[in-house]
Design a protein around this ligand. Structure first.
Ligand code: PHE
Length: 342
């Protein structure tokens, strides 16, 4: 018996094709079984020349391990195949699980709806920075430094620089638009605003606004009323009435507060309208000529109206939410209630 013969057998074992449990068994009998080739070879050791015996023994052991390993791996692979085929735990008749779709935040829902309503009557959208300078947030809007009107809007100042603020309204965006564009201007500016207010069920230091601006030749208060009336009926229903109460804003003259008839009790008086039949939804007015001049628009030639509404307030009315803080806590149980709304 030659060492090279063992080499041949090793190659044979590696090349042996085992495709089924039957061929696996044939392999076992041929090489590893008690009457197999390897057992026989062990008996041959005594016939090997003494000086080769050690090497022969080592080679033979390696051969035995090779055959056993091959058998074992093949056996394992057959048995896991079997398990896969016969012991499946899947129930293929089970109905598919519903895909868990996210929901839009109620603030986004209402903001999108507001934007859409104004878009259908020709308003474009403009956006601007949330960190503003004094000019765009105040001075250009006819609110000079140290003027008491600044107290109306509790401002967050950034660092010690009194010129840099978190915008308190998106009117700042409208200043930017007026500075850049020539009339006619018809735009709305939706966005987040900040006010240093004590947080309560009715007020938050962060909220969202949609403000509107229309500047052209001979724009009148009647245009303002008609635009906001259209908005109110689209947002709250055909039967909605509107009411204007005189008010004051430094950047509009005349100025008004706009109420809508309570769409919930239709004017009869309920908790939502505090028994008055009316709910306030925003401020508005004719753009003050001083603001137009500040933005390089000739007030002799052009007039305009502006309005501003709080998105959370409208969402609270529409969905009867009684605490503004719910919008910012992002409790999944609150947010998921808006799943079906598009
Ligand atoms: N900018 C005002 C506010 O934030 C709202 C407003 C806009 C009022 C336009 C009148 C005209 O309170």
């Amino acid at each position: 018996m030659e060492l090279s013969e063992l080499e041949n057998i090793a190659q044979e074992i590696e090349a042996y094709s085992i495709e089924s449990t039957e061929t696996l068994e044939a392999f076992r009998i041929k090489y590893i079984g008690s009457k197999g080739l390897i057992k026989g070879l062990f008996k041959e050791i005594k016939n090997v020349a003494p000086e080769e015996r050690k090497a022969f023994g080592q080679k033979l052991n390696a051969l035995k391990n090779l055959a056993e390993d091959r058998h074992k791996t093949q056996q394992n692979s057959f048995s896991t195949d079997n398990k896969k085929a016969t012991k499946s735990t899947e129930d293929w008749t089970r109905p598919a699980e519903e895909a868990n779709l996210g929901s839009r935040h109620p603030v986004s829902l209402v903001m999108n709806q507001m934007v859409e309503i104004f878009r259908t009557i020709g308003f474009g959208i403009s956006e601007g920075p949330e960190i503003e300078d004094d000019w765009h947030n105040f001075t250009a809007l006819n609110i000079p430094k140290d003027h008491p009107a600044r107290d109306m809007q509790d401002t967050f100042f950034l660092s010690k620089d009194p010129d840099t603020v978190l915008r308190t309204h998106t009117s700042s965006v409208q200043v930017r638009v007026m500075e850049k564009e020539d009339p006619p201007i018809r735009t709305i500016s939706p966005g987040r605003v900040y006010r240093n207010e004590t947080i309560s069920a009715r007020a938050h230091c962060i909220f969202h606004q949609v403000e509107g601006l229309y500047i052209d030749k001979s724009v009148s208060f009647a245009d303002l009323k008609q635009t906001l009336y259209y908005f109110a009926t689209q947002m709250f229903g055909e039967k909605t009435k509107i009411r204007f109460r005189p008010s004051y804003f430094p950047f509009t003259e005349p100025s008004a507060e706009m109420d809508i008839s309570c769409f919930f009790c239709e004017g009869a008086g309920c908790n939502i309208c505090k028994k008055t039949g009316w709910v306030e939804i925003g401020g508005c007015g004719m753009v003050d000529p001083a603001v137009l001049s500040n933005c390089n628009i000739d007030p002799e030639k052009y007039t305009g109206f502006a309005f501003g509404m709080g998105v959370e307030r409208i969402a609270m009315l529409k969905y009867q939410i009684n605490d503004i803080r719910l919008f910012f806590e992002n409790d999944i149980r609150f947010i998921q209630q808006f799943k079906s709304v598009r």
